[in-house]
Structures are given as structure tokens and as C-alpha cells.
Design a protein around this ligand. Sequence first.
Ligand code: CA
Length: 230
Amino acid sequence: MPANILVVEDEPALQELLALNITQAGHTPMRAISAEHAQELLRNALPDLILLDWMLPKMSGIDFARQLKSDSATKQIPIIMLTARGGEFDKVRCLEVGADDYVTKPFSPKELNARIKAVLRRIAPQMTDDPIEIQGLHLDPVTRRVKSNNKVVDLGPTEFRLLHYFMGNPERVHSRSQLLDKVWGHHVFVEDRTVDVHIRRLRNALSISGHQDLIQTVRGSGYRLSVITA
Ligand code: CA
């Protein structure tokens, strides 16, 4: 599942490079040239991660990070600061305002992608392309295949995304609206009941290898993937 990554960078050449990098890593870039511009974009859609330059024309990246982390609508979005400064004091400031990581300029595309991947792996493993295995059920995001004991489990695209999300966030209860948001996307209008339909299909598909009980209904709350029998 690709992540939407907002790049806030005022230098056009660097912004271009960052966007290209993100695209090549399989994610989708959104682009802003200032904190003010980014604020406008955030009113329409929330990204999964923000790459934020420290030195911006008006509001600085560090002030913008502080603002994002104090706003309940945006505080969950991980931030990687881009900074030309390498001093210990500044690293501390990056982390103090709530940034999740920082990258010092100049950086290699490889290093940046590794940082992005590390942050996503921590907060949204389903957005990386790492294979996941739980109780013999093996999901590979690159080949989009799910296998159990080397037998392919046949899943539709929605069931695949749903399972990927569950496997990336095991043991946590997800409400129907959270699942709609994370698996279907922010702007899709579908009924909560749609989730139940796809959960049923997912369980059916998993029943072939005996993994259907991994997907548990939590009465009044939603669903979770758990290896602990309910
Ligand atoms: Ca700059």
C-alpha cells in the first residue's frame, strides 16, 4: 500500500529530487513550497508522513512541526525533518518538537528511503513492502501474494489490503470507520456494512488454510487480528 508523503521544501531542485525519490520508492508525493502552502494542502487531505525542511521562507520547519504536533488533527502524522545543520543541539530540537526522525543534508536517496521506511515500519507497517508472517500465514506486498505452507491463498484486492493492514497492526482493535479510512482511503464514501462484507470474504478465503479465526470480531468495537483465541 503506497504512502502519501507530503514534501515541504522551498528549493525547487531539491523538492523535485525528493518527489522523484518518493515515487521511485513506490509512494505518492504531495508537494508544498512553504509551511503556509502545506497548511492549505492539509485542509484537503492528510498525508501518511511529512518530510519537512527546517529552513523555510516564512514559518520555519521547526515551528511548523511544533504546530502540527499540537493540533489533534495532525499530531499523529509522522514527521522527518530535513536539516542542513548537524549539531547535537539541533537534533535535540527536532526531536523535542515531536519530529519522528531527521535527515541531515546532503543525504543520499538511499539514506532518505531507509529513514522513510523505518518510520513507516514503526507507525504503518502495511505501507512498507516488507513481507509479514503470522502463524504460518505469509504475506508479500511486493508479489501481492499470500501463502500458507507454500499454498497460495486467493484474495481479492480489497481483502488483500485488509489483511495487509491487519497483519501490520496485529492485536489492535480497529473500528469499521478506521478500517474504511486506512484500507479504503480518506475520500471514499462507502457504508460501514461494506467492511463486514469484505471481512466475511477474507475469512472465507483464509478458512482454506485454517486461518479464519485470526480475524476476530470485537463486539461493539470492530475487528482485530489476533493469535490469541477469543
Ligand atoms: Ca530550505
